[in-house]
Design a protein. Sequence first.
Lengths: 473, 473
Amino acid sequence: MQKMKIAGVASLLGAVLLSPVGLAQDHTAVSDSALVRDLFSEVLAHGEAHDNLRTLCKDIGHRLSGSPSADRAILWGQSVMDAYGADTTYIMPVEVPAWTRGDVAEATASFSDGTTLPLHVTALGGSVPTPQQEWIEGPLLVVRHLDALDTLDATGHIVLFNRPMDPLLINTGAAYGGAFDQRGGGASAAAKAGAIGVLVRSLTHALDTLPHTGSLRYKDDVERIPAAAISTVDASSLAQAHASGSHPEGIRVRLRMNCQDLGTVEQGNVVGEWTGSQYPEEIITLGGHLDSWDIGEGAHDDGSGVVHTLEALRALKAVGFEPQRTLRFVLFINEENGNRGGKMYAKIAAEEHEQGLRHVAAMESDAGGFVPRGVRMDALDAGVDLVRSWAGTLEPYNLHYFGRGGAGVDIGPLKALTPRPLLVGLVPDGQRYFDLHHSSQDVWENVHKRELELGAATCASIVALLDRHLPTP
Amino acid sequence: MQKMKIAGVASLLGAVLLSPVGLAQDHTAVSDSALVRDLFSEVLAHGEAHDNLRTLCKDIGHRLSGSPSADRAILWGQSVMDAYGADTTYIMPVEVPAWTRGDVAEATASFSDGTTLPLHVTALGGSVPTPQQEWIEGPLLVVRHLDALDTLDATGHIVLFNRPMDPLLINTGAAYGGAFDQRGGGASAAAKAGAIGVLVRSLTHALDTLPHTGSLRYKDDVERIPAAAISTVDASSLAQAHASGSHPEGIRVRLRMNCQDLGTVEQGNVVGEWTGSQYPEEIITLGGHLDSWDIGEGAHDDGSGVVHTLEALRALKAVGFEPQRTLRFVLFINEENGNRGGKMYAKIAAEEHEQGLRHVAAMESDAGGFVPRGVRMDALDAGVDLVRSWAGTLEPYNLHYFGRGGAGVDIGPLKALTPRPLLVGLVPDGQRYFDLHHSSQDVWENVHKRELELGAATCASIVALLDRHLPTP
């Protein structure tokens, strides 16, 4: 019945869609543009990043350092690297903190008219519990800046830090950085002024009822008081009520949390190595962090970086790439609350340098699974210029951004090496990132398949270009 | 995600957040960079685009040309332009088609083992109903290309066009364009081969159960047969079953639709004018299209372009901009199924040229409310070079793309004018657009506030830069 005739271009398209892309090609001969084209096509046609992310998010779930699920994630990550053909895989031991959120984080505000408002809160990571895990209560004090407390007596108060992320900054990461001090240092600043507890406005542009957690850092010489993230809607309500003057006797806040510090346990960075054919002693690292916060699923932060890393290994193998240098694929532990994985990796890298190995470059994906915009570089001028020289090769993939900046928390400690490695960070679009970041909504369903894949292909391409074009030893 | 340290900026930010942005400044004196900065800040701090889009999507809803809701949208659009301070507003009459979807669009497939599969379908815009609005039934024929039908006898068959959008193309618009012929011309190609009806695989990368509608065009000399969009999941299932050989007696499809052609009615383009201070006879147009498909809410397509246009007017006024040329803000009618609004606008523009007015430039936003990437230009070299000369001014807003291409369907007919106006199209990121496009999911909830605002600010900025830098008459 059917006698099909297929036009020229169509059969080409059909062939591309049906056949493995570039398999068994000799990639030493093809141009950079053809190599990058093959990597993107491989990932878009046969990508496993989205499925891997589902496994990580749904079968394993969130995976805070020190938790049993982080142990499971480590084993899973290593097994995928083995399946994808890494020459060797191993766990690099890292001692990590084992803090737990517990199952109670409650807060309410009481107003002078007798009404109360339940507040959406969750413990900041590393917070102490309320004493005896019972209620604390005190009058509310609202400030926008830590240094406002230098001249205030907050004795017995619960302090709300309520400075929003600046909506006028185009770069949401910069807006996050500009509000971060409240979460990182608010508890100690408030304790110094006599406060008994702290609420921190969630670090997000979204006006919603989700508390967004994240780490705090207590100062050594100040009492440790409990600290919770509060949703932006609740923070705004409290601050408005506080400023309105309609509660002359003040607003009182109660807070109860049973989070707990369980000391430290041994976990580790997952490392997969692919030995270089020409310069095996030179190492290029690509990684993301395997740990996540313990609400949501850590899908964007940093499940995306994890599956970008795994997919880059898979795709480079699939297109027949043969690295000159040794490629190391690393799933770091403990980025969220200590960065002990990144620090240990750099410590061992320094020892490896003594033994004649050289970490020449590292790339990290830890800014989400959104559509990639380009990369940022933390490098000497020559390194920055090298990466910028690929702009024409990368432009067809809408990769236009080649700025300077922090390339990533996990690879950051490698900066201390001499000579300094070229550090590169993936830059996905950031407009939606903080809507989800560190909240219950950072789940697999909120990661877009194609956008995730484009990020993975970008990581694979940058690693391949680094391997091809770094100065020969 | 790492934090960025911004020392000392925090107190400045506080001040910026509390004060109205740029209000009542004299903008003839400020640099391009300061002007663009003020426009983005105004939109991000005080933007009304997201609220306007909610009104358009929720209070008015979808608004196919010829429908009563399109009438309501026209009145609303004009009222917003009046409120935002346009010097004059008016409706430019346009005769538009009045096709209705009806309330029945059903299809099922029956297999030789006696099982049946209900199919998710909806009429393609402009389709005839099934005869007497009753069931048609015939054996399934699956093809990937229109010209496959040149050598096939499809007599009595229902043809499924099942060529997916090419996932390997980075530009999803190009992938859409590459599959579009099936929807636009499939019905006539199938009718010529004897078919009684057509199903067209929805034009989306998403594998889901949503039919995505859109217009078809019947050839004059071929019988008009009913045509429906079918979800990608169903199209894939049918094609697999068809190719499997496990149904030797074939697969039969039934289809029933009661869509209807109601002739034409008069509606119109909404026009708001802001008279130029120096060259009032030179016109710069900014627009989107007010009509939408009649499923979903037309939120991205093209509610976003509508509110981008309105917000540009509001923001330019708010920052104290004084145009040298006359700015025309236009909400076009009938982009989706005829482009009669755009054609009428160009016809009147040609008459205006005779009267001494000159359309020197036009910009359109009709590619969604996603984060902007830049603009594409349909212009002579000098115009393209002019816009590219602003790259440094626009780079801080992550606007990097300055390619050539179709600037927009509505403004496209202006190309026929002599001298040819500079046409510019907003380019938002396109990775998610076709997931929602022409489907029930193109709703307000799926438009991101900041991303929408960044698009509006981009439109306002480009219009302001055009006004400042187009060659003087």
